[in-house]
Design a protein around this ligand. Sequence first.
Ligand code: SAH
Length: 260
Amino acid sequence: MNQRRPGFPARLPSASSGPGAPKPSMSNPVRAVPRVAPAPAGVGLDSSTVRERMVRRLADSGIGSASVLAAMGAIERHRFVDSALVNQAYEDTSLPIGLGQTISKPSIVARMAELLLGAPVAKTEGLGRILEIGTGCGYQAAVLGRIAKEVYTIERLRALHEKARDNLRPLRLTNVHLILGDGMLGYPKGAPYAAIISAAGGEQLPEQWCDQLAVGGRLVAPMAGPDGKQILLVVDKTTAGLKQTVLEAVNFVPLKSGVA
Ligand code: SAH
């Protein structure tokens, strides 16, 4: 991570084209929450082969963590998308999940998971309890459930919270806990967290996230950069304070407050 470090907390000016700017795929948001695909024929029949191919692409593109690759290979992404989109489930693309939200593309899920495993505390003890902001359809939570001991995941939209619950039920991941609430406030009941990951990009870093991070813990989140465009931000909490690292440009749905 060779990047510049802005002052902390990151309170960087937004621009009209700013962080909330939806992806091209969001220009036609699905208003209703689509029904979840059951075991889709076609992809479902041989999904392990398609997934293996996806995992190979992730490895080729630089994901080196065996546990992240194993998690990406194990979780069936096609079960988290609408049946009409099943054929695209293993392409490296974000897809609509209803209510104008998207399931993140596999490469960014893997990238962020690998960054979480880089938390100083994870290097010595493995990844303990973590918090995900933005459950969405629950896909990333399922992946994280395979690399962390406990996952608390919080979603502000009730319909998606329920959809994620339905999607995750058959997986019986007893270490993944779904919460309906405003993730901008974090989730103090589970704190301190070894890592916090946000699937939605804000204008500035909520102070609660840093407060709820353990010493040796790491936060990974999209955030508005100086030019208003989103960048991926890593914050490590050390005994000496917070250390920020700015990574590549990203494109996430906006972080919003309140429950709806
Ligand atoms: N990880 C998800 C990605 C979902 S997109 C997946 O695998 O599907 C990001 C999600 O963040 C959206 O569902 C959006 O509703 C949610 N979100 C935005 N602001 C939030 C907030 N303050 N608290 C909780 N969830 C939030």
